[in-house]
Design a protein. Structure first.
Length: 171
């Protein structure tokens, strides 16, 4: 039983180490996505500000203002594209983690079933050996007792005859 506990704890430690490696990659990818989202928010704020800029005569927007707004909007769109790419990678990490968890769980389940079959087999063998030991020890002890009783009876008759002969010769 101690061996099974040790084996199970080693398996869990190995799984945790493996999961930590994947978790660090996943965490760094999340940091990338969060950074891109922050960058997008800043750029969208810049775009909002650029729409309110009116440097032309009578408070109108100039071509330069509109081009500046369009450039900022283009940067927002490029950032959005990067966010989608990074989110796709993040989802692939998540899918990979889930797939690895399923594989580890399947492998662990197979090993557990194998251990259970081995334990059952050993329990059956133990039961059989205990039955054999009980039947053999009872049979052997009975035979030993019977042989000792026969030896005692034989010795009784032998010494009884000698005693009678000794009494006859001495009288």
């Amino acid at each position: 039983m101690k061996n099974y506990i040790c084996l199970f704890s080693i398996l869990i430690i190995h799984f945790q180490t493996f999961a930590q490696q994947d978790t660090t990659a996943y965490a760094s990818q999340r940091i990338k996505v969060n950074t891109l989202l922050t960058e997008r928010s800043e750029r969208f704020g810049q775009y909002d500000e650029s729409l309110n800029q009116r440097t032309g005569i009578f408070g109108w927007q100039t071509k330069k203002d509109i081009k500046n707004s369009n450039e900022i909007l283009r940067q927002v769109v490029l950032t959005d594209n990067n966010i989608f790419k990074e989110l796709k990678i993040l989802m692939e990490y998540k899918d990979l983690q889930n797939q690895q968890k399923v594989e580890v769980a399947d492998h662990s389940q197979e090993r557990i079933e194998g251990y259970m079959q081995t334990i059952k087999k050993l329990q059956d063998q133990n039961e059989t050996l205990q039955k054999e030991a009980k039947s053999d020890s009872y049979g052997i002890s009975t035979y030993i007792i019977i042989i000792l009783i026969l030896v005692i009876i034989g010795m009784f008759f032998f010494f009884n005859k000698r005693l009678k002969r000794y009494e006859k010769t001495s009288v």
